[in-house]
Design a binder for this molecule. Structure first.
Ligand SMILES: [Ca+2]
Ligand SMILES: [Ca+2]
Length: 359
């Protein structure tokens, strides 16, 4: 375990999504060199917290997830999903949908918060980087025109100056008409800042998986056994040969408005696909072998053998970039990980909240 090891002194973009032996290009790390930087919290603006809900029920747009016991992980999934093990979680409230652009806009207006993607990088953090790189920006998915090898993610992930949550494809783009789409290009620190302002928190990985299964026991999908019951897609993923052929058989090329597909058994939308969702936990591939059976909160330290020096947080649920042909990221047991200061064009989140159950 090496939480504070030295990482590359320049922008680094590294593929970290290898599920089922196939590089999916669905996950990238942009890291800045500063030992331990990823574990240092960014300043979170003081917000109205609980008062954010003043005048409304604070459980508006949330559903109560009754506590219970479930099989977490998968007996035949990726090694980091194993072993499948029984876990008990206490009840909690959860946002019915991913946080939307509209909701994030309210937070930004109230606090003046600037996401990490919107901040100008400090040259001290990036010795050797060219000045044109040291501008606010993010990494954007840009599909190539033809078939390409899946082992070179640089072909479809492009560092894009000016890209952030308001400009998902770069400086010239906007979110007009996408108010109900999930916010993207938000990193874990951004999600934490929003959650704190809203008087909520990010789910643990166990809470997220328990909720995503919607009461179904050890099923491969959050809706059950079959990928497309009655021939209908149940989630916004990618149909066709990634990354150049997107048949949009599910009706959406990129993000979809939240709740465009049926909810799971707990009334939660888009627990599969649309955008990846940040969890609170650090990532370790071997965590399940020794995790607590009751309310596990993740390991105390992160470790990703693909990038040993980069601490990473867990993401769940897959995204619109998960191909039906070879991506399994939208299964409820699938695990993803990313540096907490990295948000991409398919990275979002939803919040949970502790509290009494509904009367
Ligand atoms: Ca789609
Ligand atoms: Ca999702």
């Amino acid at each position: 375990m090496n939480q504070n090891s030295k990482s590359t002194k320049q922008f680094a973009v590294a593929l970290a999504a290898v599920l089922g032996g196939v590089a999916l290009g669905s996950f990238i790390v942009i890291r800045r060199d500063e030992p331990g930087r990823s574990q240092r919290p960014l300043p979170i603006p003081s917000g109205p917290g609980k008062d954010a809900q003043r005048g409304d029920s604070w459980t508006n747009d949330m559903v109560w997830i009754r506590g219970g016991i479930f099989w977490m992980g998968s007996a035949d999934g990726s090694p980091d999903e194993q072993p499948a093990h029984e876990v008990t979680v206490d009840g909690f409230w959860m946002d019915q949908t991913e946080v939307t652009n509209d909701q994030f806009e309210k937070f930004v207006r109230a606090t003046g918060y600037v996401t990490v993607a919107g901040r100008k990088p400090d040259p001290k953090d990036f010795p050797g980087a060219s000045p044109e790189m040291l501008v606010p920006g993010s990494v954007v998915f840009k599909p190539p025109p033809g078939e390409v090898s899946l082992d070179n993610h640089y072909i479809w992930w492009k560092w894009t100056p000016g890209a952030d949550w308001r400009h998902p494809e770069g400086a010239d783009s906007d979110i007009k008409g996408r108010e109900k789409h999930p916010v993207v290009h938000v990193c874990w620190y951004d999600a934490m800042a929003y959650a704190e302002w809203a008087g909520k928190r990010l789910p643990t990985e166990a809470e997220w998986e328990y909720a995503s299964r919607g009461g179904l026991d050890r099923k491969p999908y959050v809706w059950g056994e079959a990928q497309t019951p009655n021939g209908r897609w149940q989630a916004n993923i990618w149909q066709g040969r990634f990354p150049n052929e997107n048949t949009q058989a599910d009706g959406f090329r990129g993000t979809a408005p939240v709740a465009s597909f049926p909810p799971n058994g707990y009334g939660l939308y888009d627990m599969a696909g649309n955008v990846w969702e940040w969890c609170n936990d650090w990532y370790r591939p071997d965590y399940y072998a020794s995790s607590p059976t009751k309310n596990p909160k993740g390991p105390t330290e992160s470790f990703d053998p693909n990038e040993p020096g980069v601490p990473k947080k867990v993401l769940r649920g897959g995204s619109y970039l998960c191909s039906d042909l070879y991506c399994t990221g939208y299964r409820p047991s699938a695990r993803m990980k990313s540096s907490p200061d990295t948000g991409l064009s398919h990275t979002g989140f939803r919040c949970v909240k502790d509290g009494p159950p509904p009367r």
